[in-house]
Design a protein around this ligand. Sequence first.
Ligand code: ZN
Length: 238
Amino acid sequence: MKEEIRKLVSLQDLDKKIYDLNKEKAQQPALLNDIQVEFEAKKARFKALEEARQKIQIKQKEKEIELGTKEDGIKKTQGQLGQLKTNKEYNAKLSEIESLKADKSIIEEEILRSMDEIDTLKKDLDAEKKALEADELTFNEKKNVTLSRGKEIDSTLKDLDGKRTILAGSVDKKILGSYEHILHGKEGVALVKVENTSCGGCFMSVPHQVINEIKMHERLINCDMCSRILYLEEDIQA
Ligand SMILES: [Zn+2]
């Protein structure tokens, strides 16, 4: 039994590593997704800013066309002044011109304001573009690190699985069966040391009677609380 426990200690060492690596591997898709989502959000912010700039530019073009129309209107109306017969008609035309001129200066102010807005947005966009380029580098770097870690995990797992197959093949079938049954239900830890009379798995106190039973090596001894197989470090070294 002592020899079997020794083999289980080595097997447990491998199984813990295998369990942890599989767990890390299982988290990778979520990790990659988080990285992707974070970068997409940054891209979306930049796109929104770019769209805002385009909208203002389109509005400005429209205002420029409107300004041209007003200017044409003023010229045309001024041209009509000479053909008027009465003072009343003349004054009416003048006030029409004044009104067109007032409209024109409102449009001019609007154009100036939107030019300022475009300037500010352009500065923001330039800064955001630089930030986004840096973000893209970071994104690619994080992605590559995660992917290469994935490959590393795969190759380590392949190596550990090979070692495990050989080692498991040397353990008594019945003992291996009990061990593996516990292993699957206990997050990769089926065999634990008794340390200072406590179970190394659940930390509950192990009675002296049980410790004596472990030393007898007649059968596998499990923790009453967590069912893990118990062993004594000093015992297997002796
Ligand atoms: Zn326990």
